[in-house]
Design a protein around this ligand. Structure first.
Ligand code: EPU
Length: 417
C-alpha cells in the first residue's frame, strides 16, 4: 500500500489536462456486453477501477486489450458466455453490479455476488432490482448472491423512489433490447447517465429524454459495437479547481464542459474566485480572499457528493463559518477526523459539518478512507505547513489518473513512496 508525501505551501501554475470520467466509463464498459463484437473506448482513463471491471469482463469470456500508451481500451464480447462473474472481483468494486443489466439483457440470466456496503454508506440495490422486476425478471437472493432470470424482457413504466445513478444506468441497459417501451421516471440526470445513453444510441439503441428525469427507451432487436470517447471527468475538474483555490494559485484546466460543472462553478463564484472560460478550458484564479459558504449535496444538477470532501478541505482554510450538508450518503464524513488531525476546526451535527476556517493547517500523517476523502487530504496537504503523509492511496488510484504527476506538473511537491 503506497503513500503520498506532500510538501505543503507550493504555489501552482501552468496547465493540466483532464481525463475521461471514471463514472462514465465504468457503465460504458459494462454496456459493451450488450452487443457481440469489438467496442473501442478512446481516451479511456487508466484507473484501478477500469482494470477491475476489465478483469470482470475477462472472467465472463471477453477479450480485453488495454493500451496504456494510447489510452485505448478494446473489448471483444463475441465469446462472452459465462453468466457468473468472478465474485472476488465483484466484491472489490461496487460498480461491478452495473454488469447485471447488460447480462440479463444478453443472456436472460445472471448470477452475481451481492455487493456489500462500503465506507461511505450501505448502498442498497433495491431500486436496481425494482426496475429489473418491472421488466419481467425473476430475482432470487440467497447465499450471498443475486440470481436473475427471465424468458423475455418486456418494457414497463418504472418510478424510482430516489434518482439513483446506478439504478437508472442498470435499468436503461436492461431495457434497450426489451420488447416495447420502457419509461423511467424520477431518473438520475447525471452527465454520466447521459453519456451512457449516448454510447448506447450510437450502438443503435433508441433512448430519448436523455439528461432529463424521464427517460424513454424503445426496445430494438440488436446493437452493434462502436468506437466511443467518454466525457471529461467533472469531479477531476472540480478537484483541480480546489487545488488552485487552496494554494491561492492561477491554473488552466483543459478539458472542461461548463454545463457539467455548473453547480461547482456556482459555489466557486460564491466563494469569490475569479474564473475565465477559454473554449474547453477554464482558468481559475485563487489569489483573492475567499468567503465562507454553505453547501448541500444533491442529485445532479445539485452539488455533487463526490466533490463534498474536497470542498470541505478548502473551506477549512477559509476564514469564517461554512456548513456542508451531505444528503446522498449517510457516512460520507470519514475525512473529517483526518482533516482535524491537520488542524481543521470541524464539528459534525447529524448530516451536517460546521467548519470554522483556520489560519493554517499543519502537516501530519493521515489516512485515505475512500476515493474522494483521499483527494481531500491531498488538497489539504498542498496547503498545510510542513509535510503531510497520506496513506492507503490505493483508494485514490481507483479514480484519479496520475494525480501526483498532474499536480507536480503544476509545481506541487508530492512523492509516491
Ligand atoms: N440507493 C438506494 N437504493 C438503490 C440504489 C441507491 O437506496 O437501489 C441510495 C444509495 O444508498 C445512496 C443514494 O441512493 O444513498 C445514491 O446512490 P446512487 O445509486 O445514485 O449511487 P451509485 O450509482 O452507487 C454513483 C457513483 C458514485 C457517486 C454516486 C452519486 C459510479 C460508479 N459511482 O454511485 O461515485 O457518488 O453515483 O452521484 O458511478 C465516487 O466516484 O467517488 C463515487 C462514490
Amino acid at each position: 500500500m503506497g503513500k503520498f508525501i506532500i510538501k505543503g505551501g507550493e504555489t501552482l501554475s501552468g496547465e493540466v489536462n483532464i481525463s475521461s470520467a471514471k463514472n462514465a466509463v465504468l457503465p460504458i464498459i459494462a454496456a459493451t456486453i450488450l452487443s457481440s463484437g469489438k467496442c473501442t473506448i478512446e481516451n479511456c482513463p487508466m484507473l484501478l477501477d477500469v482494470f477491475v471491471i476489465s478483469n470482470l469482463l475477462r472472467s465472463l469470456g471477453a477479450k480485453v486489450n488495454i493500451d496504456l500508451n494510447t489510452s485505448k481500451l478494446e473489448i471483444d464480447t463475441s465469446e462472452v458466455k459465462c453468466i457468473e462473474p468472478d465474485s472476488e472481483l465483484v466484491r472489490r468494486m461496487r460498480g461491478s453490479f452495473l454488469i447485471m443489466g447488460p447480462m440479463i439483457s444478453r443472456f436472460g440470466k445472471a448470477k452475481i455476488s451481492l455487493p456489500g456496503g462500503c465506507n461511505i454508506g450501505t448502498r442498497p440495490i433495491d431500486l436496481h432490482l425494482k426496475g429489473f422486476k418491472a421488466l419481467g425478471v425473476n430475482i432470487d437472493i440467497g447465499h450471498g448472491y443475486v440470481e436473475a432470470s427471465t424468458s423475455k424482457l418486456i418494457g414497463d413504466k418504472i418510478y424510482l423512489d430516489f434518482p439513483s445513478v446506478g439504478a437508472t444506468e442498470n435499468i436503461i441497459m436492461a431495457s434497450v433490447l426489451a420488447e416495447g417501451e420502457t419509461i423511467i421516471e424520477n431518473a438520475a440526470e447525471e452527465p454520466e447517465v447521459e453519456d451512457l445513453s449516448n454510447f448506447l444510441n450510437k450502438m443503435g439503441a433508441q433512448i430519448s429524454g436523455i439528461g432529463t428525469d424521464k427517460i424513454t427507451i424503445k426496445g430494438v432487436k440488436s446493437l452493434t459495437p462502436v468506437i466511443y470517447k467518454p466525457i471529461y471527468d467533472r469531479i477531476e475538474i472540480g478537484t483541480f479547481m480546489v487545488a488552485a483555490a487552496i494554494t491561492k494559485s492561477v491554473i488552466k484546466i483543459n478539458g472542461t464542459n461548463e454545463e457539467h460543472i455548473k453547480p461547482i462553478i456556482a459555489k466557486f463564484s460564491e466563494l469569490g474566485i475569479n474564473m475565465e472560460k477559454d473554449n474547453e478550458s477554464l482558468i481559475i484564479d485563487g489569489r483573492k480572499e475567499l468567503r465562507p459558504l454553505d453547501i448541500k449535496t444533491m442529485p445532479y444538477p445539485g452539488f455533487p457528493t463526490d466533490m463534498q470532501p474536497q470542498m470541505m478541505a478548502l473551506l477549512c482554510c477559509v476564514e469564517g463559518t461554512s456548513v456542508i450538508s451531505e444528503t446522498i450518503f449517510e457516512n460520507r464524513f470519514m475525512h473529517v477526523p483526518e482533516l482535524k488531525r491537520l488542524g481543521a476546526n470541524i464539528k459534525i451535527d447529524g448530516r451536517s459539518a460546521i467548519i470554522s476556517g483556520v489560519k493554517e493547517l499543519t502537516g501530519c500523517s493521515v489516512k485515505a478512507t475512500d476515493l474522494r476523502a483521499g483527494a481531500a487530504l491531498i488538497l489539504a496537504g498542498l496547503a498545510a505547513e510542513g509535510e503531510t503523509e497520506v496513506s492507503d492511496i490505493f483508494h485514490i488510484d481507483r479514480g484519479y489518473v496520475n494525480i501526483e504527476k498532474k499536480l507536480n506538473g503544476l509545481g506541487a511537491s508530492i512523492k509516491r513512496v
